[in-house]
Design a protein around this ligand. Structure first.
Ligand SMILES: Nc1nc2c(c(=O)[nH]1)N[C@H]1C(S)=C(S)[C@@H](COP(=O)(O)O)O[C@H]1N2
Ligand SMILES: [Mo]
Length: 512
């Protein structure tokens, strides 16, 4: 006879397998309908939306862009622990285990059906998850109950009554295979549905000047002057990217306007396009942090669209809504003060990648992304802050958040360095005014002026470097930028919340 503890373990495993099979098949169904309605992703996004801001900031600071992987991982681990408990309960009485599974799936259903934009079909992945999970647990529990371990009798015959132990094992393996195969198929399908077909972008009416050659080859370790699209930082609340069909997508303007408008993707392509080099920055970026990147954007001037609608006299914000109901508010005044704000449809010569807002997003130079850069945008409502609040406004982030003057040291980037002639180098930004000067301070000495790389306009970051003869010992390096109006990067430290970090980055290197 097997010991009771092993039997417990087997039931716990059945619970886990049943849950995996359920979520696997649920994930597959979601891939065919709406990937965001997948039970695991829906719960993950529910958790994101209800995580208190300080915890969220802590997670971003500690896990960086891995914060989502860690979140989904934790949700999964939590679910599996509960599923194991459901298995153990099922050992006592199947209905108790089943009841726990029902509760688990109910949470997922709640998560899927309380997202901002919901279709009835979004209930399907959860219901399928429940059916498969319950079915798998029932089969395994029943087989287990009827099974007897195979025992050799003294004369070498197999003595068995009911189902063999091997039968249960085969069934368990089958359930595991269903879980793995369906989960994998779901991934493949979601990915293939997400592929963006060939889109040829028109030439801009107002092209950007030729992009200058940066310092990339000359200063080892410096950030590339233009961020390769694949390396462009990504920040959003999503766990799965929306799948948008450009042919049926549209962008509308409503609210405090004289003529509500709606444009198709082709309508936008047919309008006069501008092309600009603009550096995007996230409000969550810490001093010296990675959430800043530069790209060449192609799009329709925001004011061209607003003018066609005719903005009324009361609006003070543009409340943008994305295809899934996420909202981002943009202060109307800076967005329309003559800077190159646009609804972008192209990035670095290609259609926007899905991670960066396909088919269209807002870009406003000089404002942090959370109040200016709505991705997957589908609607702009002219309204007031008094009347409507966007996602981050509800979470007490600032509504006015100009990007603060900043500089970042890219190199040296290790804690140790060999002595000798080298460079201190990095990037600095001061959108929409432009960087005029970067200075470097070594060991608290005088601020020394660094050499600047070429300029790609006032909305774009600037590379900089200072030759340095590194002598053995421990050294502290600091940098600060000054904009073209003479404003100097402040040394006053501020956290990202509520309107962006500030302070001077200080780096300590050991030279030997
Ligand atoms: N729809 C949508 N747009 C969004 C966000 C989001 O969560 N959802 N995040 C914003 C934030 S906080 C930033 S910093 C920028 C980042 O743009 P990127 O991911 O293309 O770098 O997108 C903005 N646009
Ligand atoms: Mo952001």
């Amino acid at each position: 006879m097997t010991t009771p503890s092993l039997r417990h373990l087997r039931f716990a495993l059945y619970g886990v397998l049943a849950a995996l099979a359920g979520t696997g098949v649920g994930h597959l169904v979601a891939a065919l309908t709406d990937p965001a309605a997948s039970p695991v992703l829906a719960v993950g996004e529910l958790v994101i939306d209800h995580t208190p801001t300080p915890v969220k900031n802590w997670a971003i600071a500690h896990f960086g862009t891995h914060d989502k992987t860690i979140l989904v991982g934790s949700v999964l681990v939590g679910v599996l622990v509960l599923a194991a408990a459901a298995g153990l309960l099922a050992r006592r009485a199947f209905r108790w285990g089943a009841a726990l599974l029902v509760v688990l799936v109910a949470v997922a259903l709640y998560a899927a059906l309380t997202r901002p934009v919901v279709h009835p079909v979004d209930a399907l992945p959860g219901l399928v998850t429940l059916a498969v999970g319950l079915g798998a647990l029932a089969v395994l529990a029943r087989l287990e109950a009827g099974s007897r371990p195979r025992r050799r009798s003294t004369i070498g015959e197999l003595g068995s009554s009911g189902v063999s132990r091997r039968g249960v094992l085969v069934a368990a393996a089958g359930v595991a295979a269903v879980a793995a195969a369906s989960g994998y198929a779901g991934r493949l399908i979601a990915r293939s549905r997400a592929a963006i077909g060939a889109i040829s972008l028109p030439r801009p009416r107002s092209p950007a000047p030729p992009f200058p050659r940066g310092l990339d080859d000359r200063v080892q370790g410096i950030t590339p002057f233009r961020t390769p699209t694949a390396d462009f930082y990504r920040v959003d609340t999503r766990l799965s990217l929306p799948i948008v069909d450009a042919d049926s997508w549209s962008l509308s303007i409503d609210g405090d306007v004289r003529r509500a408008q709606s444009w198709s993707f082709d309508d936008l392509l047919a309008m006069p396009l501008i092309e600009r080099d603009i550096t995007l920055t996230c409000v969550s970026n810490e001093v010296g942090g990675p959430y800043v990147s530069g790209a060449r954007w192609l799009g329709v001037r925001l004011t061209d669209l607003l003018d066609r609608a005719g903005v009324g006299g009361t609006a003070d914000q543009i409340l943008s809504t994305d295809v899934d109901g996420m909202t981002i508010s943009t202060p109307l005044a800076p967005a329309t003060d003559g800077r190159d704000a646009m609804i972008a449809i192209g990035m670095n010569g290609e259609a926007l990648p899905r991670a960066h807002g396909f088919p269209a997003r807002m870009v406003v130079p000089g404002l942090y992304g959370f109040i200016s850069a709505c991705k997957w945008i589908s609607r702009m409502t002219l309204t007031t802050y008094a009347d409507r609040a966007a996602y981050w406004t509800d979470r007490h982030w600032a509504t006015d958040a100009p990007i603060k003057i900043a500089s970042r040291i890219d190199t040296p980037n290790g804690l140790h360095l060999a002595s000798g002639r080298t460079f201190i180098g990095g990037v600095a930004w001061a959108q929409p005014v432009g960087v005029a000067k970067v200075e470097v301070q070594i060991d608290g000495g005088p601020w020394q002026q660094a050499a600047l790389g070429p300029s790609a306009g006032q909305d774009y970051w600037r590379q900089w470097y200072l030759p340095w003869d590194a002598k053995p010992g421990s050294h502290q390096i600091a940098s600060r930028a000054t904009d073209r109006k003479g404003n100097v990067q402040t040394a006053v430290r501020a956290t990202p919340f509520p309107d962006g970090s500030s302070g001077i980055q200080k780096l300590v290197v050991a030279v030997s």
